[in-house]
Write a protein that binds this ligand. Structure first.
Ligand code: CP
Length: 316
């Protein structure tokens, strides 16, 4: 099997293998060895039903660096606008002998649905589905943490902001737990916390000072306004005052703490520019590591190194 839908339920061994494979691609790239023939003759189709800068670009670059042929279907100008169903669109692309679909969709479960309906010779990689999962984002974040902190076991990781709507937070929490992080905290107003979030094995804080205390890694998330009912939209200025990451609030974390954000960032809402552009920020490292992780996931997927379990939905 070759699908990569979620980080939930994957073994520590598989997550570690993805990180180690990506680490070697990142080292190769740093030494200017950018292209390898692992996916030569394969066709990768990027199917993004939601907007993206980082994920789409780095999947395209990663596929090209693996020597695949890459097709980015422009959904807004595709025949979906003439009423073609998702299934018919997929069948049409399969008829072009595609080997891999990289899918982003606003519906939670879309990647899982597609994986269940494609022919067995097509792999499906989830590039973000609704609030559900964004597994390659989580893995590039794990690679970034590994490259800067080494071992996961002593780390206190604080994830801050709109946890309720964040597929990134869910995928990060599953990966961090499996990789053995010492403590995973979520910090958010109660209105932006999912019910029963504690069941995922996290500590919940509604106060930044308490939640950031002695943290090694601080991961900021943006307010996902596109997924919020307008009545529930918090005031940006109030949110920034209480939960926006400033150098002053960052003082509560460990002196060598690092700051991460999956992007896109909203300066002055969840993070101040002095932090986003400051010496503790790994935000652009995350973007760079996205290429290596996507190379690892695509090459492992094509060589059958993913596990059957990965078809399971985190929503189940
Ligand atoms: N982090 C992330 O998914 O960014 P994009 O929406 O730009 O792909």
């Amino acid at each position: 099997l070759k699908h990569f839908i979620t980080t939930e339920g994957l073994s520590k061994a598989l997550l570690t293998e993805i990180i180690e494979t990506a680490d070697s691609f990142a080292d190769m790239s740093a030494q200017q060895v950018k292209k390898v023939p692992l996916l030569r003759g394969k066709t990768v189709v990027n199917l993004f039903f939601e907007s993206s800068t980082r994920t789409l670009s780095t999947f395209e670059l990663a596929a090209k660096r693996l020597s695949a042929d890459v097709l980015n279907l422009n959904i807004s100008t595709s025949s979906t606008s003439k009423g073609e169903t998702l299934k018919d669109t997929l069948q049409t692309l399969e008829a072009m002998h595609s080997d891999m679909f990289v899918v982003r969709h606003s519906d939670s479960g879309a990647a899982h649905f597609i994986a269940e309906h494609v022919t067995p010779n097509v792999a499906v990689i989830n590039a973000g589905d609704g609030r559900h999962a964004h597994p390659t984002q989580a893995m590039l974040d794990m690679l970034t943490i590994k490259r800067h902190k080494g071992d996961f076991s002593p780390l206190i990781v604080a994830i801050v902001g709109d946890i309720l709507h964040s597929r990134v937070a869910r995928s990060q929490i599953h990966a961090l737990r499996t990789l053995g992080a010492a403590e995973i905290r979520v910090i958010a107003p109660t209105t932006l916390l999912p019910k029963n979030i504690e069941a995922l094995g996290v500590k919940v804080f509604t106060n930044m000072q308490a939640g950031l205390k002695d943290a090694d890694v601080v991961i900021m998330l943006r307010l996902q306004k596109e997924r919020m009912q307008s009545a529930l939209l918090p005031s940006e200025s109030e949110f920034y005052k209480l939960f926006g990451l400033t150098n002053e609030k960052l003082q509560h974390a460990k002196p060598d703490a690092v700051v991460m954000h999956p992007g896109p960032i909203n300066r002055g809402v969840e993070i101040e520019s002095a932090v986003a552009d400051g010496p503790k920020s790994l935000i652009l490292d995350q973007v760079t590591n996205g290429i290596a992780v996507r190379m690892a996931v695509m090459s492992m997927s094509m060589s059958g190194q993913m596990t059957e379990k990965n078809l399971k939905s985190e929503a189940q």
